[in-house]
Design a protein around this ligand. Structure first.
Ligand code: ADP
Ligand code: MG
Length: 256
């Protein structure tokens, strides 16, 4: 049975897409059958997986509105080797259309059901909002991975997300839990980051992943080549951290 994880944080630019693309590539390389779902109309996970969003026909939009099945719209990432359900700007329209549809929060969950046996991991790259699209991700998932920067305001933003996750758990998806917090773009030379990191550990205990992703320019360069960082330069510190994170996820899943 596939384990489905949302990578979510309502803030933009915190490393959701980078985490999705690199975790997907590292999991696939470790022999885990992986599907990456791009649920953000910006299509960054799509481009970063080597699929051109500008020439895309289909993708996740027709799937959500009930016009296509997964096997008709998924693709293989040419650089990452995992399957991808790509997105582009059209997806912003789905948001409006979904409002009028039946089971509007459960469209993604329903669409994945028949393909459950084909994957070990499904990762959902959420948009930077707590919108109906994100809600579809949360309803389909077993857990949430929250990437965050160790900054002063990081904890403040976290409480909104945690409240949303609690509401979804109570009303829509009893399976949903927070799998963990992933520290990303970490700079160990900054005292404030060390302090916030230590604060996270004392508040959240083993909900904080052991792997820490450093700020690393190779991770930022990789998307312009249509490649996950772990493929673009596997020896870079950032790539190594995501590979360690993938191993940690494989271990955690055994305990779920
Ligand atoms: P989100 O999906 O949350 O908006 P992204 O993953 O797109 O965030 O990251 C925002 C920007 O930061 C991108 O330009 C990305 O390349 C860069 N970035 C992400 N993680 C790192 C990192 N560990 N080191 C350096 N740059 C990073
Ligand atoms: Mg993103």
């Amino acid at each position: 049975m596939a384990k489905i994880f949302c990578v979510a944080n309502q803030k933009g630019g915190v490393g959701k897409t980078t985490t999705c693309v690199n975790l997907a590539a590292a999991l696939q390389e470790s022999g885990q059958r992986t599907l990456l779902i791009d649920l953000d109309p910006q299509g960054n996970a799509t481009m970063g997986s080597g699929v051109d969003k500008r020439t895309l026909k289909g993708g996740i939009y027709p799937l959500l509105v009930g016009l296509a099945q997964l096997d008709a719209v998924r693709m293989r990432s040419p650089s990452g080797g995992y399957d991808i359900l790509p997105a582009n700007r059209e997806l912003a329209g789905a948001e409006v259309e979904l409002v009028g549809l039946e089971r509007r929060e459960r469209r993604l969950r329903d669409a994945l059901q028949a393909f459950d046996a084909e994957y070990d991991f499904v990762l959902v790259d959420c948009p930077p909002s707590l919108s109906l699209l994100t809600l579809n991700g949360l309803c389909a998932a077993h857990g949430v991975i929250i990437p965050m920067q160790c900054e002063y305001f990081a904890l403040e933003g976290l409480s909104d997300l945690v409240n949303t996750i609690k509401k979804v758990h109570a009303g829509l998806n009893r399976d949903l839990k927070i799998i963990g917090l992933l520290r990303v773009m970490y700079d160990p030379r900054m005292t404030l980051q060390q302090q916030v990191s230590a604060q996270l550990e004392s508040h959240f205990g083993d909900k904080v992943f052991r792997a820490i992703v450093p700020r690393n320019v190779r991770l930022a360069e990789a998307p312009s080549h249509g490649m996950p960082g772990v493929v673009f330069d596997r020896n870079a510190k950032g790539a190594q951290a995501y590979m360690a994170f993938a191993e940690e996820m494989i271990e955690r899943v055994k305990k779920l």
